[in-house]
Design a protein around this ligand. Structure first.
Ligand SMILES: [Zn+2]
Length: 326
């Protein structure tokens, strides 16, 4: 059931079956000559039905609708290729286009697999996970390549509003938020979420994803945002949330450092196993594999940031990355 947020701006809740995020907020801006969908849901029948039914209720003509993606993650981008009608645009940040399709995407996924092995993940666990990695199965059609690039500062006009792209790298290599100055409104994608902490992993080809993320939080804190529209769950106090997210990562960095101090030469997997995670499991061993995957990525981004800050040293010479406090 679509909800009108302000005139011509709607939220369609899109169910994410089996995913702890539960729902994606797909936002729709209805215009007279053309409309816009911001983020789509997975390439999955449940997402497709929810979005198509929502558009029908809003009497939006899909033939006259463009798609704008905040970032590459498949819960935001999965359906875009099949929703895009001939002649319409699918926008995503320029740097993320190679992650979306074909050989360039496959090569990046392979690099990710190498990185996760070098993090200390047991090989048999990885193999089991990769045969049924849902985020990859529900990714956008690999044969669709007709993406239009978005750069920081680009402006999009729909439904009487102007949306300005604000590059906020961190959660993904070149995540974008969209700022509507006239309404003091920002579509925050997964950069700022209110009742869950956005996952920050270490991306290949990115030096310091967590460092980027923290800078991007400080960057958007300067905008006079009165209404933040996040990619998942509810909205909240924008500036208070940014302060909380910054403090959260400070604490996590300290925790990470403490674990490395206690056992010099730890792998990422070992450090992640000793950190505290907000998940209903009695031990690290009991974590579902998908959650371990996220935890190791999150831990890796913190270790890399500590390395950049000169607080830990990473030995890259062996098969596994090994961290020691300086
Ligand atoms: Zn995301």
């Amino acid at each position: 059931m679509p909800e009108e947020i302000i005139k011509n701006v709607f939220r369609i809740p899109v169910p994410l079956a089996g995913n702890p995020l539960k729902l994606l907020n797909s936002y729709v801006i209805k215009g007279e000559d053309k409309s816009l969908i911001i983020d789509t849901g997975f390439k999955h029948p449940d997402c497709r039905d929810a979005l198509i039914n929502g558009l029908r209720e809003l009497k939006i003509d899909i033939e006259k609708t463009d798609i704008l993606l905040t970032h590459l993650h498949s819960d935001h981008s999965g359906l875009a290729p099949e929703l895009a009608m001939p002649g319409r645009k699918v926008y995503i940040s320029r740097a993320e286009i190679p992650w979306m399709f074909g050989e360039s995407r496959t090569a990046r996924w392979k690099e990710d697999n190498v990185k996760i092995v070098r993090s200390g993940f047991p090989m048999e666990v990885i193999r089991a996970h990769l045969t049924k990695a849902p985020s990859r199965d529900m990714s956008p059609d690999p044969n669709f390549s007709d993406y239009s690039p978005v750069d920081n500062g680009d402006v999009f006009s729909y439904g009487g509003y102007e949306l300005e792209a604000v590059a906020t790298p961190g959660h993904t290599p070149e995540h974008m938020c969209f700022w509507v100055e006239s309404e003091k409104l920002m579509f925050t994608g997964d950069h700022v979420l209110f009742d869950i902490t956005p996952n920050i992993t270490l991306w290949n080809e990115v030096e310091d994803s967590l460092g980027d993320y923290l800078e991007s939080l400080k960057k958007i804190d300067k905008y006079d945002v009165r209404l933040a529209l996040p990619g998942h769950r509810e909205t909240g106090d924008f500036h208070a949330r940014i302060a909380k997210l910054l403090a959260h990562h400070d604490e996590r960095l300290e925790e990470c450092l403490q674990v490395v101090r206690e056992k010099p030469g730890s792998t990422v997997f070992e450090v992640a196993g000793k950190m505290k995670w907000n998940i209903r499991c009695s031990s690290w061993e009991d974590f579902p594999i998908g959650q371990k995957w996220f935890a190791v990525g999150e831990c890796h981004s913190h270790l890399r940031h500590l390395e950049k800050l000169g607080r830990v040293h990473c030995d890259y010479s062996g098969e596994l990355f090994r961290y020691t406090a300086i």
